[in-house]
Design a protein around this ligand. Structure first.
Ligand SMILES: NC(=O)c1ccc[n+]([C@@H]2O[C@H](COP(=O)([O-])OP(=O)(O)OC[C@H]3O[C@@H](n4cnc5c(N)ncnc54)[C@H](O)[C@@H]3O)[C@@H](O)[C@H]2O)c1
Ligand SMILES: O=C(O)C[C@H](O)C(=O)O
Length: 312
């Protein structure tokens, strides 16, 4: 399987490294617009192969999309990250242009590829890529929910002093303050989390999850990359190995949850065809209100993109 990662920055290089180290693909092509960046990081990853022991070939190119041709999956991480004091939405004007131009090249050389968007603001960049690619929604979707649920699970594991491997959770909605963690669908080794942790502590963990990205931007001066890169690689693995994993993924809802034409995180089955199915949870009234708030916010930012007049 051939996988291309566009953007050889913190997230893209991490994603490429995880893909190679775990032999998720036979070939990984890392592409960047900055001369030498992708070549250098790909060479460094390849030189790690004899140490760790993997056969995946990783190559880097500078803006040479011909070398990415016929990729099975393409991960798009190209774009600016935010700095302290910024919201993800502040990135929309620069990153929408980048995502549009990159997506045009991706579909030109890999018309059958499944595209995973990472660039922020994630929900609306997924919208941009879907518009530009003209592919069905099952083939163009975004990574955020795996990251957000990973943060939620990590915080819970810490609080309960248990393995993060035994915490399962679902999270929906936009990738930002209006995200909708779902404690009702959170279990610890099959045990409902509400039987193990008090409401106040759980609410604090939900709040910390909502600000998970911002906490790291404040600490590091730029956004996270280890967990995001690994999350994107996990989505690639589900596709190339046809694992039919159940993950929260950002995609255009087409009537599910009573929502049409807005890009939100929802639980899906991810396999060789991309999104195999969108799973509709039986949300309670409180959860529906939170999802509606998230929908409203994402729609506002989508409208802002439309007003910018970025032709699809
Ligand atoms: N969806 C998520 O959960 C999530 C998580 C982390 C980061 N992000 C987002 O991912 C993006 C990348 O973050 P990062 O930390 O890797 O940033 P970074 O600055 O380290 O890397 C971005 C890379 O993109 C490259 N680039 C810019 N324009 C390009 C183009 N037209 N073609 C090819 N490459 C281009 C840059 O040269 C740079 O190397 C940001 O928008 C960030 O907000 C999203
Ligand atoms: O927070 C950011 O700007 C990056 C990303 O969306 C994250 O959640 O880590």
């Amino acid at each position: 399987m051939k996988v291309t990662v566009v953007g050889a920055g913190n997230v893209g290089a991490t994603c490429a490294d995880v893909l190679a180290t775990r032999e998720i693909a036979n070939e990984v092509v890392l592409l960047d617009i900055k001369e030498g960046v992708a070549e250098g990081k790909a060479l460094d990853i390849w030189q790690k192969a004899p140490i760790i022991g993997y056969d995946t070939r990783t190559v880097g190119v500078t803006n040479d999309y011909a070398r990415t041709a016929d990729s099975d999956v393409v991960v798009i991480t190209s774009g600016l990250p935010r700095k302290p004091g910024m919201s993800r939405d502040d990135l929309i004007s620069v990153n929408s242009g980048i995502v549009k131009s990159v997506t045009e090249q991706v579909v030109k050389y890999s018309p059958n590829a499944i595209i995973i968007i990472v660039s922020n603001p994630l929900d609306v960049m997924t919208y941009q890529a879907h518009l530009t690619s003209k592919l069905p929604r099952e083939k163009v979707f975004g990574m955020a929910g795996i990251l957000d649920t990973a943060r939620y699970r990590a915080f819970l594991a810490e609080a309960l002093n248990v393995s993060p491997k035994d915490i399962q959770a679902v999270l929906m909605g936009g990738h930002g303050d209006t995200m909708v963690p779902l404690p009702r669908y959170t279990t610890v080794g099959g045990i409902p989390v509400t039987e193990l942790i008090g409401k106040a502590e759980l609410d604090a963990i939900v709040d910390r999850t909502k600000n998970g990205g911002g906490e790291l931007v404040k600490l590091m001066g730029t956004s996270a990359w280890y967990a995001p890169g690994a999350a994107a690689a996990q989505m690639v693995e589900a596709i190339v190995r046809d694992q039919r994993r159940v993950f929260p993924v950002c995609l255009e809802l087409q009537g599910e949850y009573g929502i049409n034409g807005v890009y939100l995180g929802a639980p899906v089955i991810l396999g060789k065809n991309g999104v195999e199915r969108v799973i509709e949870l039986q949300l309670n009234d409180e959860e529906k209100v939170m999802l509606e708030t998230s929908r409203g916010h994402v729609k506002e930012v989508m409208d802002a993109l439309d007003k910018m007049g970025q032709p699809a």
